[in-house]
Design a protein around this ligand. Structure first.
Ligand code: NOJ
Ligand code: CA
Length: 547
């Protein structure tokens, strides 16, 4: 079976405006991203996922869009975007964009027209109510910040619906003209060379706006995918859908065992299990979740992650479990957002403990799926809790220790977001240049480990099997695919352990340890396999070449 690109690589998400500024205005730009492509290539990244880079008032990190057919002028021109796409392609790096079409900004001309004239052709592009809607206070996404989903608009003399902030009116996706426009937007960017989209807020996007039938419109995903495939055969949608296992099956869809709707979905539940397991120092939540997750149809793939540009959403844990995580990782209420998640980066969540940071990422990378990492994770960047909501984790990339962190030559007071200036995560300590020169840095570790991952196709495309029997703190699993079999051992607890895994031994081949937290010697004795506290080992049991 042919390998498909999204199942073997490493995804890297970034906000262009926060990555690298080249014209000294304090805002990252396409030119800057272009100049950093070699850095990303060396790191082992195969695909970029760009957070929204469209014109926007940016009151929600750019997810409030006011023109789907342009780039934000402060990032450069559409020509700069095209040049960046070309340069990425030259390096074998693909680019995916955020497709944010559940809602627009209230500044979008469609909404401006819709609100100001009941006869506007765009009136029915949004969701209106003449009277106060009964569900006004139900199903808010940002409770505590936005406490209703309908707002009365003085200009329109009507209520409009918004699942998210009030400045993000929901598009009326029941309207065929809106559906057609969404296809057109996707085609536009596909034709400019992107490999696909992260589909923002997918469950809300496919939620019917009117009528009694509230069943999600999954088929919209298939239709969109078909349009995309018509323009680009290998394009992919990656759904942001934090939904039940049952519903996840529907996102992939299935005919004759093959996925028919989206090919990738973020593994939100696995993310929460990973965080809980790390907090408890107990691997069982991860093992249990892997067992429960639905089997994927052919070509379906999980996107695994530890952190993204939002809070660590722990909404699927029980209240008790959330409290456990809070005690271990986020004791201060200010570290939380919307009552459900931690608005911090991973390094500070793990108290800057290098052993546990490596352990967490090693575990993520060994999970079934394609790992997605967020810019700065490879450095162990920190956050700024003095910034509101999720802005805490949206500070500029730290390239070096000079004033401005190598991000921009502008006066740092004019930066689009402030740097992490002080403390153990300051750019003066945590930055690419210093870490590059240090063979023991986290950056060097990421490079090494991502390269190992990319030589280990069975992680992304093989079958994963959990091996029981070890102590509760230890996760043992193996991946088997056409390239061979690799065994992974992760000790989430602080006590060292010795495992007896001799049954896995294939007498024909010598097991080979190729990733580990420390030097365990050359030979691997599966009958007495030592793993340090918070240690991890990747052991190749069988290597197939020339198959
Ligand atoms: C999900 C995005 O991840 C989040 O950052 C954004 O605020 C909402 N969608 C609204 O677009
Ligand atoms: Ca700039």
């Amino acid at each position: 079976m042919l390998t498909r690109w999204y199942r073997t690589g490493v995804f890297y998400s970034l906000d262009v405006g926060l990555f690298q500024d080249t014209n000294g205005d304090g805002v990252g730009d396409f030119q800057g991203l272009m100049e950093r492509l070699d850095y990303l290539g060396r790191l082992g990244v195969s695909t970029l996922w760009l957070n929204p880079m469209y014109p926007s008032p940016r009151r929600d990190g750019g997810y409030d869009i006011c023109d789907y057919y342009h780039v934000h002028q402060r990032l450069g021109s559409l020509g700069d975007f095209a040049l960046m796409m070309h340069e990425a392609g030259e390096r074998g790096i693909r680019v995916m964009l955020d497709l944010v079409v559940n809602h627009t900004s209230d500044q979008h001309p469609w909404f401006q027209s819709a609100r100001s004239d009941p006869n506007s052709p765009y009136r029915d592009w949004y969701v209106w109510s003449e009277t106060e809607p009964p569900d006004r206070f139900e199903g808010m996404v940002f409770p505590g910040v936005e406490n209703e989903i309908w707002t009365y608009d003085e200009v329109a003399h009507a209520w409009y619906r918004h699942r998210f902030y009030r400045f993000e009116p929901d598009l009326n996706t029941d309207n065929p003209a809106v559906q057609e426009e969404i296809h057109k937007i996707a085609m536009f960017w596909i034709d400019l060379g992107v490999s696909g989209f992260r589909v923002d807020a997918a469950p809300f996007l496919i939620e019917p706006r009117h009528g009694p039938d509230k069943r999600p419109r999954y088929e919209f995903l298939r239709e969109l995918r078909e349009s995309m495939s018509w323009h680009r055969g290998d394009s992919v949608m990656l759904a942001e859908a934090n939904v039940s296992d049952e519903e996840l099956r529907e996102y992939f869809g299935q005919a004759d065992g093959t996925a028919t709707r989206v090919l990738m979905v973020f593994a939100f539940r696995l993310n929460q299990a990973l965080i809980l397991a790390l907090a408890r120092e107990d691997a069982r939540p991860v093992a249990a979740t892997l067992r429960e997750l639905p089997d994927l149809p052919r070509y379906g793939q999980w996107a695994t992650f530890l952190r993204n540009h939002d809070e660590v959403d722990l909404g699927r844990l029980t209240e008790e479990e959330r409290q456990e995580v809070a005690r271990a990782f986020a004791p201060d209420p200010d570290m939380w957002a919307y009552g459900r998640g931690i608005r911090r980066r991973l390094a500070p969540i793990l108290h800057g403990d290098r052993r546990r940071i490596e352990l967490a990422y090693s575990l993520q990378m060994s999970m079934p799926g394609t790992p997605v990492i967020r810019y700065g994770e490879e450095l162990g960047m920190g956050d700024r809790l003095d910034l509101p909501e999720r802005e805490a984790i949206r500070t500029p990339m730290q390239w070096d220790h000079t004033p401005g962190a190598g991000f921009s030559s502008a006066d740092p007071r004019a930066f689009t977001a402030p740097l992490v200036e002080d403390g153990p995560y300051s750019y003066k300590i945590v930055n690419v240049t210093d870490e590059r020169l240090d063979p023991n840095s986290l950056l060097t570790w990421f490079e090494r480990t991502l390269h190992a991952l990319r030589e280990c196709e069975e992680i992304g495309t093989g079958d994963h099997e959990i091996i029981d029997g070890g102590p509760p703190g230890v996760m043992v699993h193996q991946a088997t695919g056409r390239t061979g079999t690799t065994l992974f051992v992760h000790n989430l607890a602080n006590q060292p352990c010795r495992l007896k895994l001799g049954d896995l031994h294939d007498p024909v081949q010598e097991p080979l340890s190729f990733v580990a937290d420390s030097d365990y010697g050359n030979g691997v004795d599966l009958d007495a396999l030592d793993v340090a506290g918070y240690g991890y080992r990747w052991i190749r049991l069988r290597r197939m070449v020339g198959q």
